[in-house]
Design a protein around this ligand. Structure first.
Ligand code: 13P
Length: 255
């Protein structure tokens, strides 16, 4: 097993701090001792500290959903990598399609965040993926290439093991429309080839590429069986302990 599977829950703008605590405690009690799969939960900023305390001492790792590239300063409403690190955050989701679409994040800005995260020893989960219009126009690979090259500009081969990529076709997010295994594997293989060109083939072999977009316990086994699908970035199904735990179990089986 060269790449350990990774199951990450992106809770998006859901759960109060009390609800987040209850959810993460359920997750930790079920899969807190799992070692053969990496598990990440990314709550909203308001519960990062609480969730961090609940996962402490378990194998569930703490993630965040976003950050600002600057270490501090007059950026109202933002948080920095240093602030996240001080709460023992290990991963940060960057360039999610919802941030690109609703908050105007560009590849150049996302790239600044990726570099700042790596400098602060936070593992970026860089999200890429095409819209339905882009897929129908036959532009999927071109869009993914632009986002990947833009997002990873200036990263070194040595940082490769810290980086996680998430392929999330926008049309599959929260829609119940999952990509077919062939559609997903095609793009994942393409991303790995690109990583080989950008960094090195050895580095590309180490980087985990997650699938995201309506991943559920029912469709996860087939997706996770694909050669280049190394885990999942889960939205809706990460909001209940039961389905999230089943996804972790699916990843264990796929190992
Ligand atoms: P869903 O699993 O709800 O489709 O969301 C996927 C996603 O955007 C994870 O980042």
């Amino acid at each position: 097993m060269i790449r350990k599977k990774l199951i990450a829950g992106n809770w998006k703008m859901n759960k109060t701090s009390a609800e987040a605590k209850a959810l993460v405690e359920d997750i930790v009690s079920e899969v807190g001792n799992v070692k053969d799969v990496d598990i990440v939960v990314a709550p909203p900023f308001t519960s990062v500290e609480t969730v961090g305390q609940a996962v402490d001492g378990s194998n569930v790792k703490l993630g965040a959903q976003n950050m600002h590239p600057e270490p501090s300063g007059a950026y109202t409403g933002e948080v920095s990598a240093e602030m996240l690190r001080s709460l023992f955050t290990r991963y940060v989701i960057l360039g999610h399609s919802e941030r690109r679409a609703y908050f105007g994040e560009t590849d150049a800005f996302i790239n600044q965040k990726v570099l700042a995260a790596l400098k602060a020893e936070l593992k970026p989960i860089l999200c890429v993926g095409e819209t339905l219009e882009e897929r129908e126009a036959g532009d999927t690979l071109k869009v993914v290439q632009t986002q990947l090259e833009g997002g990873l500009a200036g990263t070194s081969e040595g940082q490769a093991t810290e980086i996680v990529i998430a392929y999330e076709p926008v049309w599959a997010i929260g829609t119940g429309k999952v990509a077919t295994v062939e559609q997903a594997q095609e793009v994942h293989a393409f991303i790995r080839e690109l990583l080989g060109n950008l960094l090195s083939p050895a580095a590309a072999g180490k980087i985990r590429i997650l699938y995201g977009g309506s991943m559920k316990p029912a469709n996860a086994p087939d997706l996770l069986a694909q050669a280049d699908i190394d885990g999942g970035l889960i939205g809706g199904a990460s909001l209940e302990a039961r389905s999230f735990v089943q996804l972790v179990e699916a990843a264990q089986t796929a190992n």
